[in-house]
Design a protein around this ligand. Structure first.
Ligand SMILES: Nc1ncnc2c1ncn2[C@@H]1O[C@H](COP(=O)(O)OP(=O)(O)OP(=O)(O)O)[C@@H](O)[C@H]1O
Length: 275
């Protein structure tokens, strides 16, 4: 397996276009070594970039390395080969410019919604008053006004995910990396949260990289969709979503949206299953 990585590394000497993005990934490969000593090539020779203020989704089959790629961008895992950079500087660990949202909201069980959302401000050394004011604004923004004093266990799954998005935004980072944030909620709540996220993004204009299994969700939310294939994880297509902004759920009824969904499904599963 490492030979495959080595082989691909030689292609790194070929000329690559100069990166322009806020996030750039160049010639990136990742090999995991399992406890039994097996080596798993999770990603091979990934090139991509995300410009400031863009909303980019990663879609692809289970195991194609979406989470791995996101975690390397977030500095949680090192790359085996190649580099992920933010503002042209290689990512070497967790980064002040990056906040992450995971599928299972990681909230502190003993702290209220307000206190959870205040946490990044406290860690950054902001005054209590400033942290609280910002946290209250964000709680309002994600639609949780009135729930400030509830504990996480007193909220629904969708509400917990809203709280964790508010907390990620409270860090004030320019980049939001979201790993299937709505994967664990029911379909109706997911639609509502997608609409909320669109509204929040229009207001806040973070740079977002969003992992999802839902092609329709990716089309609704994204400027571009990186379609990935598996064994090992690689980029099949960098697809520009042909819908304007601002967007609403009604835009999914447009013929362009239907064609985009169909095109990506064909890339992922072949024409027999898409549609
Ligand atoms: N810590 C690890 N140790 C060993 N192998 C791993 C580890 N994490 C992921 N892998 C392997 O790397 C590959 C990519 O995994 P990853 O979780 O990044 O894929 P994914 O596209 O996010 O999958 P899913 O859609 O199912 O969440 C898989 O083959 C997985 O088994």
């Amino acid at each position: 397996m490492p030979d495959v990585v080595q082989q691909r590394s030689r292609s790194d000497t070929q000329e690559r276009p100069a990166p322009k993005g806020l996030i750039t990934v160049e010639g990136l490969s990742k090999v995991y070594e399992t406890r039994s000593g097996e080596r798993v090539l999770a990603l091979r020779d990934i090139d991509m970039e995300v410009r400031e203020g863009e909303f980019v989704s990663l879609v692809g089959p289970s195991g194609c390395g979406k989470t791995t790629l996101l975690k390397i961008m977030g500095g949680l895992y090192p790359a085996s080969l190649g580099v992920a950079s933010i503002d042209g500087k290689p990512v070497t660990g967790p980064h002040a410019d990056v906040a992450m949202v995971f599928q299972s909201p990681v909230l502190l069980a003993w702290r209220s919604v307000l206190k959870n959302v205040m946490l990044p401000g406290e860690i950054a050394g902001r005054s209590r008053g400033d942290s609280e004011q910002r946290a209250r604004e964000l709680i309002q923004m994600v639609g949780l006004a009135g729930f400030e004093n509830k504990l996480p266990r007193e909220l629904s799954g969708g509400m917990r995910q809203r709280a964790s998005i508010a907390r990620a935004l409270a860090a004030g980072s320019r980049i939001l990396l979201m790993d299937e944030p709505f994967g664990a909620v029911d379909a109706f709540t997911r639609d509502v949260l997608n609409i909320e996220l669109l509204r929040i993004w229009e207001q806040d204009r973070k740079t977002v990289v969003f992992v999802t299994h839902s092609v329709a969700e990716a089309v609704l939310l994204s400027d571009r969709i990186i379609v990935m294939g598996t064994r090992p994880g690689h980029v099949i297509e960098d697809f520009k979503v042909p819908l304007g902004r601002p967007r609403s759920i009604d835009d999914m009824a447009a013929p362009e949206a239907g064609l985009a969904v169909k095109h990506i499904r064909h890339l992922l599963t072949g024409p027999a299953v898409g549609g």
